[in-house]
Design a protein around this ligand. Structure first.
Ligand code: PLP
Length: 429
């Protein structure tokens, strides 16, 4: 760290010399013909192996749920009770209010939004589609697939930037939600956020549950995708939002989502939706027209494999052992290469799947272009912002989970060169 000088303190001769050196490094990188990918937060093959037992479950003679249900047959819209019991404490939703579904929580979020567009929610007078320019609050940087759902349905996205110290701007959220009845909802990853790694504080959760909203059918879409995905032994706990909303007199305010996509198999796991009894009735009413019931055989094999909430916690320990060295490697290389330069800041997540890297304003797209031309795929510029537009062109989401540590090492050293080169080009004009 100590050997790197703050770029802004260097004279133009030093900057030019540094640029020349980095250009040479960059050319050497290009000559290596690298082909590495840091784009999506996918579990690695090693992580997927932790759940290989699932491939043989539930087994040839095992198809009855605890209540005798034959899982091979239709029915059971809410999902298997024993599976919902396992995830109830983890998602902090009472079993009776937790629906277990198929392989993707994103599809539950998508369906929630489309149903709300087409049919009034409990407490709402009209469907969202009838509102002129319905809108969602989107704390940024955030998850691109949330934003794609809004964009697809013509829901305007209102970005909410973090405060100067990087925290959720709860004052601004309260102000906006109270001031405009067009604002129907808010996307939120409450724990180990994508991409910031930040978790909601108890006070922020309380305020989100209690805040007055101009819309009588305002909903928090509480995407607890990383509820058990710790990267250290200090496990972050978040407040139980469903209970807080009920206590605050807004029992229908929140839909909680979660899945085992990054617990067992990504895309072949089980998903969850937790909410008030009224919202659940509403959702199930629509769901029953879409499907006769979930894949209970998949749910049963997850029950057999995970056993109980502690089974999930133990499995997540193995994920942590696999992921933590990768996150540590990224931290080490960023600190060594960019610490003290003043041209980059990044998060040090205690959980989740991402590191959020802010480079010098106006250089993120260039960093990503340079990296691409050196064979390193990074998440497209702007993808952590609504409409793919990062107004300061500075945020890059790094996803260290998939590549082996050696590849990650190579890729991150290359990214450091690209960040510095783009910054020097910008500073030198
Ligand atoms: N929500 C967040 C915040 C994510 O980061 C992801 C995947 O990266 C998902 C949801 C996708 O979840 P699922 O696989 O359950 O659809």
């Amino acid at each position: 760290m100590g050997h790197v000088d703050e770029f802004s303190a260097l004279g133009s001769d030093s900057l030019l010399a540094l640029r020349e050196q980095l250009q040479k490094e960059y050319l050497r990188l290009q000559e290596r013909g690298l082909k590495l990918d840091l784009t999506r937060g996918k579990p690695s093959a090693e992580q997927l192996d932790f759940s290989n037992e699932l491939l043989a479950l539930p087994g040839p003679d095992d198809y009855r749920a605890a209540d005798g249900t034959d899982c091979r047959n239709y029915g059971g819209l809410l999902g298997l009770t024993e599976l919902r019991e396992i995830f109830s404490p983890l998602l902090q939703v009472p079993t009776a209010q937790l629906l277990a579904s198929d392989n993707s929580s994103l599809s539950l979020m998508h369906d929630t939004v489309i149903h709300a567009m087409l049919f009034p929610l409990p407490g709402g007078r009209t469907r969202w589609a009838e509102v002129e320019r319905p809108a969602f609050l989107c704390p940024v940087p955030g998850y691109d697939r949330h934003f794609s759902i809004c964009q697809k349905f013509g829901i305007e996205m209102i970005p909410v930037e973090p405060t100067a110290d990087g925290a959720l701007d709860i004052d601004e959220i309260e102000r906006l939600a109270a001031s405009d009845a067009r604002i129907k909802g808010m996307w939120f990853v409450p724990k180990y956020g994508n991409p910031t790694g930040i978790s909601v504080t108890a006070e922020q959760a309380r305020r989100l549950a209690a805040m007055p909203t101009a819309a009588d059918d305002f909903r928090l879409l509480w995407d607890d995708a990383y509820s058990v995905h710790h990267l250290t032994d200090q496990h972050t706990a978040i407040a139980p939002i469903l209970a807080l909303c009920a206590e605050a007199g807004h029992p229908d305010r929140v839909f909680v989502f979660g899945s085992t996509s990054k617990v067992t198999f990504a895309g072949a796991g089980v998903s969850f939706l937790g909410t008030s009894a009224a919202n659940l009735d509403w959702f199930q009413g629509h769901l029953s027209k879409r499907t006769i019931g979930p894949d209970k055989v998949n749910q049963l094999r997850h029950v057999r494999f995970l056993k109980d909430a502690d089974g999930v916690r133990k499995l997540m320990e193995r994920h942590r052992e696999s992921l933590a060295p990768k996150f540590a490697k990224v931290q080490e290389i960023l600190t060594e290469g960019l610490g003290g330069t003043g041209v980059a800041h990044w998060t040090d997540a205690h959980g989740g799947y991402f590191i959020s890297l802010d480079v010098l304003d106006g250089t993120a797209a260039e960093v990503i272009r340079l990296a691409k031309e050196a064979g390193i795929a990074l998440t497209p510029a702007g993808s952590t912002y609504p409409y793919g537009k990062d107004p300061r062109d500075r945020n890059i989401r790094l996803a260290p989970s998939f590549p082996p540590v050696a590849d990650l090492d190579t890729a991150m050293r290359a990214v450091v060169v690209c960040v510095k080169l783009a910054a020097l080009d910008k500073l030198l004009g």
